[in-house]
Each structure stands twice: as structure tokens, then as C-alpha cells.
Design a protein around this ligand. Structure first.
Ligand code: FE
Length: 336
């Protein structure tokens, strides 16, 4: 799949094999083919509804806007609450009023106005050196600002979406002033200027540059799968910090129905199918994240990293606070 031109509809093979397929759903996806194709293959097998996916690296909103009412796309798939909210704010989606989606997806993982729905969630965890960090040494996000971590923490840019969402969640829990102090404390504990992606921080732990790093949980799965990155993964264990008075910060991979949606009924059928246990577990297995429907389980690998309590603040709130978080990160010159 990787080598397909992104404009080639990946459902083509299905359509050729089964020319009787008339029903279909078209998707614009920021998620890579290997993560979502197993889902759509199973959906087509069960329902006979074809799924065509256009994989994009950027420009999804512009594409939908340019196509307007004639857009062939029914659904958009992406990650990160801010990206989902951007798509909604651009006016290219429509709400879905579905009792199935509401029953399957906890309220904090879907938009209050039904414009987007989470499908799986990723935890923003701490990667801790197996050698240099004892069990129980870090248990909260607030603790990242404590003096004992002086010169021991690595992180990517404070303006990165994952970190902005974490900062926004901190504001929801403790307010703006306390969050600014937290950012200052965290900054003063950094072993080096914020740089690189989440995996680069784990590499830095492996290299001895720092002892703990902030990162999304699924990168552990990705590192374990790459021989050259496996030693980085082996140097750390995952810790699930919580907010004082809350749980572990979650972000999401989600879906929204486009405003144009030429196959609206089947698209909603697919959305509902994606929220049910089987699809939840297939997707979570592929992406190393956590399913959202109560009772559905993460993969054995992901489960092996431990159990934890998810934070339950609505991600709608997190999305709203992004501009405030960005301002605070700039006020403290976090990346300097
Ligand atoms: Fe990521």
C-alpha cells in the first residue's frame, strides 16, 4: 500500500474483484494506509459496502473547501483534537446524531455539537530510563516541574500539538496562572532545548542525555518494530502520570462526516461500525492506542504497559484552550 500514488483509490482492488459493489463510502485520511486498511477490508467483507480512501499528508481542509458541494468525500480521518477541531472550524463537516455513536463513545471523546467523534485514544505518557529512574519516582504531570528533575527531562517543542493539548488539559485542571508556573518549572528542568519528535526524546534517554521524556504511548510500539530503534525502546519503561485530582492525559484519533457527504447513510453506518467493539479492537491493535467503547480491549502489547485511569475532561475543552496554551508557551519562551 505504501507505494501507491496517494490519488489512487485504494478500494479499487476491491471494486475490481467484486464489480457488483454499488454502495461505497469515500474517505480522506491523514492516517497511513497500514493503520486503516485492515478496518475497511473487514467492513467491506461484512457489509458489502466498498471503502475508497485517499491518503493525504496535508491540505485536507483546502481540498474539501475547493471541492465544495461536489466533494466525493464522505468522511475525514485524522489524529489530534486540534486537527479535528480545525477541520470542523473550517466549516467542511456536518453533525451526526447517532444513538449508537453516543452509546459507544464516552462523551469526553466526542464533540458536544456532534461534529467529530473519537475512535481510539493515545495516552501522553512519561518514558523513564530503566536504569536511572526508580519505580514511583514520577507519578504526576505536576511533578515534571519539581526540582528533583533538574537537567533530566527531554521533550519536543512546547508548540507541538501533543504538548499544547497536554498544556490545555493542565489549564482545565489548575487554571492559567498555575499552568504558566508549571511550564516555567518544566522548562527549567530540561536537559536540552526542545527539539525533535517524541521518539527523538527516547533516543536521548538511551544516549544518556536525559532520564525522562514526554511522549505518546504508541511510539513504544513503533520503536519496538524498528531494529535500529529497538534499543531506545529497551532503555525505557512507560509511566502513566496523572494530573493531581485527575487521570492520564488522552488525545485521540477521530472521524468526522463531511458537509458534502454524497453517501451519507452508508458513511454513518461505517462510523457506527468503527465505534463498535470489533473495529475498535482492530484499530487499536494497528495503531497501538486504546479503544474507546467500554469493554473493548487494547492489544496484548499495549496492555502489557500497564493499567491506568484516563483523564475525563472533555477534549472539546482542550481544543478551546489551544490559543491560551500557545500564548503561555510563548510567554515563558519554552523553546528558547
Ligand atoms: Fe504521533
Amino acid at each position: 500500500m505504501k507505494f501507491l500514488n496517494p490519488l489512487i483509490l485504494s478500494g479499487l482492488a476491491v471494486a475490481v474483484a467484486a464489480p457488483a459493489l454499488s454502495a461505497e463510502v469515500n474517505i480522506y485520511s491523514y492516517r497511513q494506509p497500514e493503520l486503516v486498511q485492515p478496518l475497511f477490508d473487514e467492513f467491506t467483507r461484512e457489509t458489502g459496502i466498498g471503502v475508497n480512501v485517499v491518503f493525504l499528508k496535508k491540505g485536507l481542509i483546502e481540498k474539501l473547501q475547493a471541492e465544495g458541494r461536489r466533494s466525493p468525500a464522505d468522511l475525514v480521518l485524522t489524529v489530534d483534537i486540534s486537527r479535528l477541531q480545525n477541520i470542523v472550524d473550517a466549516g467542511v463537516t456536518q453533525p451526526v446524531d447517532s444513538a449508537v455513536l453516543k452509546a459507544n463513545i464516552p462523551a469526553e471523546y466526542r464533540a458536544a455539537d456532534d461534529q467529530w467523534f473519537g475512535l481510539t485514544a493515545r495516552a501522553r505518557v512519561v518514558y523513564a530510563s530503566k536504569e536511572r529512574v526508580k519505580d514511583g519516582e514520577i507519578t504526576t504531570y505536576e511533578d515534571l516541574a519539581s526540582d528533583k528533575w533538574q537537567g533530566r527531562i527531554c521533550t519536543r517543542s512546547g508548540t507541538n500539538s501533543y504538548n499544547l493539548a497536554l498544556t490545555s488539559a493542565m489549564i482545565v485542571h489548575h487554571g492559567e496562572a498555575a499552568t504558566k508556573d508549571w511550564l516555567l518549572g518544566l522548562k527549567s528542568n530540561l536537559a536540552r532545548r526542545p527539539q525533535g519528535n517524541d521518539r527523538a526524546q527516547v533516543k536521548a534517554i538511551f544516549a544518556g542525555e536525559c532520564d525522562i521524556a514526554i511522549g505518546n504511548n504508541y511510539y513504544m510500539k513503533k520503536m519496538l518494530a524498528k531494529p535500529e530503534q529497538r534499543p531506545w525502546a529497551d532503555a525505557v519503561r512507560i509511566v502513566f502520570p496523572v494530573f493531581e485530582g485527575g487521570g492520564t492525559h488522552m488525545n485521540l484519533a477521530g472521524v468526522a462526516l463531511t458537509k458534502a457527504a454524497p453517501h451519507k447513510a452508508d458513511a454513518i453506518k461505517l462510523m457506527e461500525w468503527l465505534s463498535d467493539t470489533k473495529a475498535q479492537e482492530i484499530y487499536a491493535e494497528q495503531n497501538g492506542e486504546y479503544p474507546l467503547k467500554p469493554g473493548s480491549k487494547p492489544s496484548a502489547l499495549v496492555a502489557s504497559w500497564g493499567e491506568f485511569n484516563r483523564d475525563t475532561i472533555p477534549l472539546t475543552e482542550v481544543a478551546k484552550l489551544r490559543p491560551v496554551s500557545l500564548r503561555l508557551v510563548e510567554e515563558v519562551n519554552f523553546d528558547e
